[in-house]
Ligand binder design. Structure first.
Ligand SMILES: Cc1cc2nc3c(=O)[nH]c(=O)nc-3n(C[C@H](O)[C@H](O)[C@H](O)COP(=O)(O)OP(=O)(O)OC[C@H]3O[C@@H](n4cnc5c(N)ncnc54)[C@H](O)[C@@H]3O)c2cc1C
Length: 392
């Protein structure tokens, strides 16, 4: 897709889909109910496919729309207005970055067995890196999950034995496979582990703030979990590098979707401010409310510009280590501020489930923690600024 008019038409189609199909299916009762959420997403995917808006991030050859990053920014923002939008278009994490991992590093057999069913929406997946203390969290080097290679005897093929404990693994409930990061010798390796493997156990779905995560957030135990050499994703020993490489585009995609979500919260608050009166004036006529609305527009505009700048650089094949960290910090904090102001403008209604605003705010809060906490990104940025002598 090259012409701006084509992108405008696609954006209009996605907008229509979100308004006509996704938003009407939102229901606070779906949140935290993995089965009902899966069923709603499956229904929406059929409609999205028929509308020609499915899988915007994937190459055309495997059934996607082949959009570049700048085009994706527009479409993901539109889809992100609804909790159900990105899953419906099959461009939501963890499946979205997992597809990227498989596209980049998968063997033909792995693509056939794992990537293509994911693309078709026949199954779900998860990505298992984080561990409870004292394991890997903000610092992946603290990884304690191990994978040990056991050579085969008498001509039998060798195998890997994985042992570890993971948590906050998004999408784990109902996932058909996990991409697991495990320590192998001095480095780490990614493994494709079927969740039906007898050594793989889902301990629980961790109750949390963001109820619309498809497949919840799982805690997982890997106990003498045996997989063959065919389960290694990419080169052994490259797991940390692969995990890092997936994070940059993943966090940018999150920014795109969440700008849409925060914009929707502010639209609802603005509508309320135009209707609701207090002391003989509309809320929209009160300067303190006006300031909250104006500041939110500034936050959203600045967020879009940061994301568009990253997208343009990525389309040009440039590294965006520095810029994507700045975008992640700013956008994750800005969308939170916007949602928080929306709650404030709505008063008591804002904290209820009568509007989607309170759920939007709950969903945006964790974004300041995952894909690198704000503090970590600030520390990395400052280190680079001082060591490279970057001018402000
Ligand atoms: C909603 C959600 C979904 C997630 N999904 C997944 C998933 O699918 N797969 C997966 O593997 N993981 C997932 N995670 C886990 C996520 O990657 C981790 O929460 C994150 O890496 C931080 O690790 P931690 O929670 O152990 O925090 P810790 O490492 O314990 O850090 C706690 C806090 O300490 C501060 N801090 C830590 N280190 C530093 C530092 N060097 N400098 C300054 N401050 C610091 C930060 O404020 C940080 O928030 C998810 C988390 C959430 C909340």
């Amino acid at each position: 897709m090259t012409a701006p008019a084509e992108l405008d038409a696609l954006r209009a189609k996605v907008c229509d889909f979100i308004e006509q199909h996704a938003i009407p299916r939102e229901d606070p009762a779906l949140a935290h109910d993995v089965g009902r959420l899966d069923a709603a997403v499956a229904e929406l995917r059929a409609i999205a496919r028929a509308a020609g808006i499915y899988a915007p991030h994937l190459p055309v050859e495997i059934g996607g729309l082949g959009l570049d990053w700048q085009q994706r920014a527009a479409i993901l923002e539109e889809a992100g207005r609804s909790f159900l939008g990105a899953p419906a278009l099959n461009c939501a994490p963890p499946d979205q970055p997992n597809m990227v991992n498989l596209l980049r590093h998968g063997t033909p057999a792995q693509r056939e067995a794992y990537l293509m069913p994911l693309v078709r929406g026949e199954l779900r997946s998860c990505f298992a890196m984080t561990e409870p203390a004292p394991g890997a969290g903000s610092d992946p080097a603290m990884l304690r999950t191990t994978a040990t290679r056991v050579p085969g005897r008498g001509g039998a093929p060798g195998k890997w034995v994985i042992d570890g404990h993971k948590w906050f693994i998004s999408g784990a409930v109902g996932a058909a496979f996990a991409i697991v990061l495990a320590r192998t010798g001095d480095g780490a390796t990614l493994f494709l582990v079927d969740t039906g493997n007898p050594g793989y156990r889902l301990l629980r779905n961790i109750p949390g703030m963001d109820g619309y995560q498809v497949g919840g957030h799982g805690e997982i135990l890997l106990e003498r979990c045996e997989v063959g050499d065919g389960a290694v994703l990419g080169e052994p020993g490259q797991g940390f590098a692969y995990a890092q490489a997936r994070l940059e585009p993943a966090r940018l995609s999150h920014c795109m979707r969440f700008i849409g979500r925060a914009a929707r919260a502010m639209e609802i608050a603005q509508d309320y401010a135009l209707r609701r009166e207090s002391f003989g004036q509309r809320l929209a006529d009160l300067q303190q409310v006006q300031a909250m609305v104006a500041d939110s527009h500034i936050d959203l505009h600045a967020s879009r510009l940061l994301v568009q700048d990253c997208a343009r650089r990525m389309d040009a094949g440039q590294s965006v280590k520095h810029e994507s960290a700045m975008a992640k910090i700013f956008v994750s904090e800005a969308v939170w501020r916007v949602a928080d102001r929306a709650v404030q403008i709505l008063g008591a209604l804002g904290i209820s489930d009568d509007t989607p605003v309170s759920m939007i705010q709950r969903e945006l809060r964790p974004f300041r923690i995952y894909d690198g906490a704000s503090e970590l990104h600030r520390a990395t940025l400052a280190r680079r600024i001082f060591t490279q002598g970057l001018r402000p």
